[in-house]
Ligand binder design. Structure first.
Ligand SMILES: [Zn+2]
Length: 141
C-alpha cells in the first residue's frame, strides 16, 4: 500500500467541457463526434477510478487540436494547465471517419490523466500499459 488511497469523488459529478472553435466551430460531424468522446471520457475515467481508486478531476476540457500548418502526427494528448486543469486535445484530422480509433485515443489520454493523478507521472511505461489494458478489458461493459 503506497500512501493514502485516493477515493473517488463521491458525487461523481466530473464535468466534461467541450470547446470547439475556429475551423471546426460549425461542423456538425465534429460536434457529434465530440459528444461521443465526452461520453467515452466519462465511462473510461469511471472504469479507472473504480480499478485504481483514482479521484476523478472536477472537470476535463475536451477540444480539438488546431494544427497551424501542415501535419501533426499526434492523435491527441492530455495536458494539465493552471488555467484549465485537465484537458484532452484531439487531432480531429487523424480521427474523423474512424470512430473506433478516436475512442481508443480517448482511452489512451484518459489513462495519462488517471496515471498522473495516481502516481504523479503522466508518462508511458509498464504501469501505463496495465491501466490501458484495464480500459480495454471493459470495452463492452
Ligand atoms: Zn500517450
Amino acid at each position: 500500500m503506497q500512501g493514502t488511497p485516493k477515493r473517488l469523488n463521491r458525487r461523481g459529478d466530473m464535468r466534461i467541457e467541450i470547446s470547439i472553435a475556429g475551423r471546426y466551430k460549425n461542423r456538425q460531424n465534429v460536434k457529434e463526434l465530440f459528444d461521443l468522446y465526452a461520453i467515452r471520457i466519462r465511462r473510461t475515467m469511471k472504469i479507472l477510478s473504480r480499478e485504481y481508486e483514482v479521484q476523478l478531476p472536477d472537470s476535463i476540457l475536451l477540444r480539438p487540436l488546431y494544427v497551424k500548418k501542415g501535419y501533426n502526427p499526434f492523435n491527441g494528448y492530455a495536458q494539465w494547465t493552471r488555467l484549465n486543469g485537465w484537458a484532452i486535445i484531439m487531432n480531429i484530422e487523424l480521427c474523423i471517419g474512424m470512430k473506433d480509433k478516436g475512442l481508443w485515443v480517448i482511452d489512451h489520454e484518459c489513462v495519462h490523466i488517471a496515471k498522473a493523478i495516481v502516481s504523479g507521472s503522466i508518462r508511458h511505461g509498464k504501469a501505463f500499459e496495465k491501466m490501458y489494458a484495464a480500459c480495454r478489458r471493459n470495452e463492452y461493459t
